[in-house]
Design a protein around this ligand. Structure first.
Ligand code: 1GP
Length: 229
């Protein structure tokens, strides 16, 4: 079974996913073992990526993790340079909330030579940046505006456009370190309309926030900052 099939199976069995995000820039390989012991037992995937990370740093962290854990390692790249064939899969992101061609198609084109002949599982993902109450690294680096969370109809339509274009996942992102995460009413409205799995991340720190996102309909939650030292 590939990663996407595992995810679909999990959802069909009414289970929820938890991805822990590792930013190679803020991660020390020497502390990897204690990090792996510290993350929740129910962790289903490790996501690796950040807004600005060097290829070498990503590859070193992925290789080190591969030796110590059997959790699937999925790249969540800020740009094409973070791709490495040492991971198991990649969220092939298109920032569909933004209007910057660089993150709609240019980065994807630049990724092709690296992806063409490698075995990384490619998971097309509609990536939607929402306002999390502060200026996120994603907004800064991509030079795009987050969608206000009050514009529920636009957010739902953006997610549907992603699905109609062939995305296999929708990722609602409030931005790493968001002051407030994606609101349950936004998650519920998107989940009600789309037919593909829904990932939610950004600013989720507490059990209560996690539970609220799951109950609203998130199939998988991503947590990063909460596990950074
Ligand atoms: C960021 O959604 C992820 O892309 C995780 O955000 O670091 O706030 O948990 P946090």
């Amino acid at each position: 079974m590939n990663i996407y099939q595992v995810l679909l199976k999990m959802i069909s069995e009414k289970e929820k996913g938890l991805a822990i995000l590792i930013d190679p820039d803020k991660f020390s390989i020497s502390e990897m073992e204690s990090f792996l012991e510290q993350i929740p037992k129910e962790t289903t995937f490790l996501f690796i990526g950040g807004s600005i990370v060097l290829h070498e740093a990503t590859e070193a962290v992925v290789s080190a993790l591969k030796e110590k854990t059997s959790l699937p390692i999925i790249l969540f790249p800020g740009d094409f340079s973070q791709l490495t064939s040492k991971a198991d899969g990649v969220l092939f992101l298109s920032l569909i909330s933004g209007r910057n061609v660089e993150y709609l198609i240019e980065q994807q084109l630049r990724a092709v030579p690296r992806l063409k002949y490698c075995k990384l599982e490619i998971i097309p993902t509609g990536y939607i940046l929402l306002d999390g109450g502060n200026k996120s690294a994603v907004a800064r680096v991509t030079n795009t505006q987050p969608m206000p969370q009050a514009n529920i109809e636009s957010i739902v339509n953006t997610a549907l456009a992603g699905q109609f274009m062939g995305a296999k996942l929708i990722y609602l992102e409030a931005g790493s370190g968001a002051l407030f995460p994606v609101k349950p009413e936004v998650i519920a409205a998107v989940k009600k309309e789309i037919e593909i799995p829904l990932i939610v991340g950004g600013g989720i720190k507490t059990e209560l926030q996690k539970k609220a996102a799951y109950e609203a309909g998130a199939d998988m939650i991503v947590m990063g900052t909460a596990f950074e030292k």
